[in-house]
Design a protein around this ligand. Structure first.
Ligand code: GDP
Ligand code: ZN
Length: 364
């Protein structure tokens, strides 16, 4: 029983300083903003640097990274292979990689024939996805930056996506203040019973503030809604292998010609994709980030007491529990448990919460 391992230790809530004042948190509404992970002085330092950046530099977007070089898309859509300027260093930047896919950068041309360039500086980030570095635990490893939304593609079967998996991705996205959408694919395969159950899930996620709908690449259901959702945005697409991510993208952007139904598919190809994200251009302002890394993002670095902040419906009730350090397990006068019992908080969400508090993995 995972609950047994939860100590009664008093956990002090640590609120990260919210430096992302200009962060567009569209779905927050009246809700309190959750704390953000991996806040360091570094981004403030970047913002400082950017103020006196060379006005002569070109502007570009990092669409691919290997760690030693970066593909920078210029304003005409041409990709340049760039390195970081030698003196390009962030003294107090506590990340293992200074530049991530999605970063907007200032750069200059080094060689017009070989399409090589140098990155001089980066724009302030709207947000980012990061995980704790495997090698340096005090450091974060950036996966992607400037993300408008994460889109979770799920299937109730063929293969079955667990609600725990969906909720875990939602928590990860919340922890970086990235809006999320939950899509249930392969509608054509399901009978009325499954569809009715799915509708309940869609309603549940919608009520929590996450846009949610069904799609099918076979019948075309929801495909235009999916396409509209992506327009002029940078989206991180996530979900298990086989749920139909590549197929959906191929329907709306045939020019991508993504391989489907193979071992090597959209979310599972190349050697560096587990570490570095890659960006696909659907149309000039519409990008998809392929980041298998998001599935691997752990919750281990989130303090148990903070996990509740990343469930919007729990966050709403945090001030109403009797104890400030209530973990909503079996404490007396717990507003969260009361809401679960009253049916105001979905049991599946509460179970996902308990699983995360108990150190459950939910990566499957
Ligand atoms: P990915 O790993 O998420 O990129 O999944 P793929 O796009 O490779 O799809 C996996 C399999 O599911 C392929 O055989 C697709 O033809 C199939 N598939 C994808 N979307 C649908 C759908 O909406 N309905 C049905 N019935 N099959 C689908
Ligand atoms: Zn409580």
């Amino acid at each position: 029983m995972p609950l047994a391992i939860i100590g009664k230790k008093r956990l002090r809530l640590r609120y990260w300083k919210h430096f992302l004042d200009d962060c567009n948190v569209k779905k927050e509404g009246k809700r309190k903003a959750p704390p953000i992970r991996f806040q360091t002085k570094s981004t403030a330092a970047i913002q400082q640097r950017t103020e006196d950046v060379n006005a002569q530099s070109l502007k570009g977007l990092v669409i691919r990274s290997t760690g030693s070089w970066y593909d920078v898309r210029d304003e005409e859509g041409l990709a340049w292979r760039c390195r970081l300027r030698g003196k390009f260093k962030f003294q107090d930047l506590k990340v293992t990689n200074p530049v991530a896919v999605g970063d907007r950068v200032y750069w200059e041309i080094e060689n017009e024939t070989t399409l090589q360039g140098t990155i001089n500086d980066i724009f302030p980030r709207q947000n980012y996805l990061a995980r704790q570095s495997v090698h340096k635990t005090a450091h974060a490893h950036l996966l992607a930056a400037n993300i408008d939304q994460t889109i979770i593609i799920a299937t109730l079967s063929f293969p079955r996506t667990s609600l725990g998996f969906i909720d875990r991705l939602l928590v990860v996205a919340e922890s970086f203040r990235i809006p999320s959408v939950v899509i249930f694919n392969k509608q054509d395969l399901f009978d009325d019973d499954i569809k009715a159950y799915q509708q309940e899930l869609i309603d549940m996620y919608q009520n929590l503030g996450y846009q949610s709908f069904g799609t099918s690449s076979v019948t075309g259901e929801g495909v235009s809604q999916f396409s509209d959702l992506l327009q002029n945005k940078v989206s991180v697409l996530s979900g298990h292998s086989g749920v139909g991510k590549s197929t959906l993208l191929n329907v709306i952007a045939p020019h991508l010609d993504l391989r489907t139904n193979e071992v090597s598919t959209f979310a599972n190809k190349g050697v560096h994709t587990t570490t570095f994200a890659e960006m696909f251009e659907l149309s000039p302002n519409t990008f998809i980030i392929d980041s298998p890394g998001i599935k691997e993002l752990g919750l281990s670095e989130i303090n148990k007491a903070e996990i509740g902040h990343y469930f919007p419906e729990i966050r709403d009730l945090l001030n109403e529990c009797k104890f400030d350090d209530c973990l909503h397990i079996d404490e007396p006068k717990c507003a969260v448990k009361a809401a679960v019992e009253a049916g105001q908080i979905a049991m599946s969400r509460y179970e996902s919460y308990l699983s995360m508090i108990g150190g459950g993995d939910n990566r499957r």
